[in-house]
Design a protein around this ligand. Structure first.
Ligand SMILES: *Cc1c(COP(=O)(O)O)cnc(C)c1O
Length: 465
């Protein structure tokens, strides 16, 4: 076969892609018809595609490129580590310096007594680990019946069998016979969609108390853990009411239930602290990490575990669990360098003091747009609800997601990556976003919203369900 390079015409690359490459979360037939957008390089906050378009990446790849693209330091660290020790495992009482150094660094950064790290290759794998860890912990404490993990509808915890079972995405459950046994789901704290006439905080309390009701229904002796993202990401950047997390924390403490905070998106600066748990005052027993841990430069995830759980598991014989690439030396070295950059360049201060306040101001102005029912942000995450009726928060009469998809396409046409979840638009830009980048974002998003509004009016789609 001829060399396949950036210099092939886009059409040829698209044809090869459709013929041989099965894509995640993609309708294959539609992809074959339209052709994938092919990204060839990136620098800072800007992507370049095979047609030479320069696109502002307001999604940081997939919520992960926190430090931005094109940092040579990470490439150099990876090359050095590959030459010195490209691989060794951490099974059977062996270790290596990158895994040791990264675990120690994470223990230093993580709040409370979260002092122990079990490495995985991704967020999904880390959540699989968490299921094993929580159940094994209770068994070691003489409570083998504490097995049920409570999660939430519309949560995202990954795509492995365990991760997708913990997640509350019904289209994922529908394929492959999920969830696995002993995983149950309560309602999410999504006030805009589900709060009706209730006040935000009253609604937050009602949703948190569903956890207490579920524990009462199953029996405290059956429930191992509750897992949740501080802010639901893939579910549509659902920022919970202020009342929600304190009540969840109270319930977990009162009923001896492990609290697992899935920090895969919220971790590493996105909410203006190292972890989303700090922003919301959550005291988790286990945190799931991935994505921003390496800014996506290398695949790596993990679980940061508190003293009590780690020590109990350590004294319960072999933990019969692990991945070939747990603590992979190249990925660990890259992650360490990424953390060094976040720390030394004060990126979290930049988020808290500069970027997030400015984003919040500018993003809020989008509520003036006739199509926008809600514009909300926290740290470097933001969401827009599109609606045909701002007063009633109505949904569109068209199939859910159709208007959101149109808006995403208008964003792309205006050189902006914004994602849609149903008829909701979301962003999670690199943490290095400057005020100028935010101005560019708002300008392009406004144009995309105007074009979407014009096109759906023309097609008679501005109708409430
Ligand atoms: C992306 C994500 C995961 C899964 O991580 P992968 O690296 O894709 O396996 C888990 N939890 C949350 C909150 C995520 O956003």
């Amino acid at each position: 076969m001829n060399m396949i390079t950036n210099h092939l015409p886009t059409k040829e690359l698209q044809a090869l892609d459709a013929a041989h490459h099965m894509h995640p979360f993609t309708d294959g037939a539609e992809l074959a018809e339209k052709g994938a957008r092919i990204i060839t390089q990136a620098n800072g906050v800007t992507l370049t595609d095979s047609e030479g378009n320069e696109i502002l990446d307001a999604m940081a790849g997939l919520w992960c490129v926190n430090i931005g693209y094109g940092r040579d330091e990470l490439a150099e660290v990876a090359a050095r580590q590959m030459k010195q020790l490209p691989f060794y495992n951490t099974f059977f009482q062996t270790s290596h310096v990158p895994a040791i150094a990264l675990a120690a660094k994470l223990a230093e950064l993580a709040p409370g007594d979260l002092n122990h790290v079990f490495f995985a290759g991704s967020g999904s794998e880390a959540n699989d680990t968490n299921i094993r860890l929580a159940r094994h912990y209770w068994a070691a404490k003489g409570k083998p019946d504490k097995k049920v993990i409570v999660s939430r509808k519309n949560a995202y915890h990954g795509s492995t069998l365990g991760g997708a079972s913990l997640g509350g995405m019904t289209p994922m459950h529908a394929q492959g016979g999920l969830p696995i046994p002993d995983v149950v789901h309560i309602d999410q704290p999504h006030w805009y969609n589900e709060g009706g006439e209730m006040d935000r905080d009253a609604f937050g309390l009602e949703r948190a108390r569903q956890l207490e009701a579920k524990i009462a229904e199953l029996g405290e002796g059956k429930v191992a853990a509750f897992i949740a993202e501080p802010i639901q990401g893939a579910g549509g950047v659902v920022i919970p009411p202020d009342s929600y997390w304190p009540e969840i924390q109270r319930i977990c403490d009162a009923h001896d239930i492990l609290l697992i905070a899935d920090e895969v998106i919220c971790g590493f600066g996105r909410t203006g602290n190292w972890f989303g748990s700090q922003t919301f005052g959550i005291r988790p027993d286990i945190m799931t990490i991935a994505k921003g841990l390496s800014s996506g430069y290398a695949p790596i995830g993990g679980s940061i575990v508190c003293d009590e759980v780690a020590e109990t598991v350590a004294n319960a014989g072999d933990f019969n669990h692990g991945y070939t690439y747990s603590g992979h030396p190249v990925a660990a070295a890259v992650a360490l360098e990424n953390l060094r950059i976040i720390e030394e360049e004060s990126l979290i201060d930049h988020v808290r003091d500069v970027a997030a306040p400015y984003l919040a101001d500018r993003w809020a102005t989008l509520t003036d747009h006739p199509l926008v029912g809600e514009a909300r942000s926290l740290g470097m995450m933001a969401t827009l609800a599109l609606t045909p009726n701002k007063e009633t928060r109505a949904k569109f009469a068209s199939d859910e997601g159709m208007i959101g998809l149109r808006c995403r396409e208008r964003c792309f046409a205006n050189n902006l990556v914004m994602r849609h979840v149903g008829d909701r638009m979301i962003i999670a830009p690199p943490l290095i976003f400057s005020r100028d980048d935010i101005d560019t974002l708002i300008e392009r998003a406004t144009r995309a919203l105007d074009e979407t509004y014009a096109s759906i009016r023309e097609d008679g789609l501005l109708k409430a369900a």
